[in-house]
Design a protein around this ligand. Sequence first.
Ligand SMILES: Cc1cc2nc3c(=O)[nH]c(=O)nc-3n(C[C@H](O)[C@H](O)[C@H](O)COP(=O)(O)O)c2cc1C
Length: 332
Amino acid sequence: MISFWNTLPRPIVSLAPMEDVTDTSFREQVIRMSAPGTLHVMYTEFTSTDGLCHERGFDKVAERLVVNSSERELLQQQGIRLVAQIWGSQPERFARAAEMVSQTGRFDGIDINMGCPVKKVVKGGSCSALILDPTRAQDIIRATRESTPLPVSVKTRVGFHQPVTERWIRQLLEAGPSAIILHARTSKEQSLVAADWSHVALAVKVRDALAPDVPLLGNGDVSSMADGRARCRETGADGFMVGRGIFHDPWMFRDSPYEPSREDRLHALLSHARRYTQTWGPDRNFQVLKRFFKIYLHGFPGAAALRATLMETNSLKEVEDAVGQSINRMLD
Ligand SMILES: Cc1cc2nc3c(=O)[nH]c(=O)nc-3n(C[C@H](O)[C@H](O)[C@H](O)COP(=O)(O)O)c2cc1C
């Protein structure tokens, strides 16, 4: 079935779902740092279908699906698609969760996580464990598709213990996903070894033979736009997804590399911190936000000292004061 995935320019450029990273406040920050038209698809953090189906658990889990109106406006202005990622092990819970996600009206697509290697989720038969249970994986894709008008994609890996790329991509395609995002590592490898994009090339061949209309994106170790484009040329992938690369260059979604000034960096940090606090309130774990400071603050005199000071902060006010003092010292 034709969906937004088929109408996007090639290569499709996307930002990976990352827990405790890609909430609405960071996604908006990334859009603000990107050149319009460069980034095409963004994802929420992975959201539990059990949690969404659980009356008492719902509020906490649903936080992952918050989309600020300011982010919504930018997404619409720039034609960026937002996909909600869900995970679990029970087809009927996927069906219910897909209905709920669709009814929010906030998302352009639903993605099923079949790649997370974390022990706790794998033990429950979810995420990358589904690679070992293809019949259940297919039931989940079908149940989700039947419960939503939105396109349903799958983000997965090349295997669990060892690569099984050919059989796994074939089995996924049999269940009719709208797109596949392939992280070029096994579950066992987590992210500890270099991604092997020869598996993306292999997956593209399977896709070409069985379902040429289903876009296939590669994921793993993409460090820049040029790197992502080259990997797509070499493998035939329709697009690429960037994960940790954004931590090294949050300004990466541009046609040519951008060297941010000190003012750009400080401004990005403050605007992200303010939006984070405004969205989640002052009591949300400040440690989560602190992890971002180092991605903005490097490459100018005094960056290391300011970083060290900010690591001791515990509120937005303390962050604003520390940045203000650092600017004053630089002006002296
Ligand atoms: C902090 C962090 C959180 C992540 N959370 C998710 C997640 O919620 N859902 C998911 O499918 N993958 C998640 N991943 C995996 C990434 O989406 C991506 O597949 C992986 O980092 C490989 O890409 P990279 O080599 O470009 O980082 C996470 C990765 C990191 C580093």
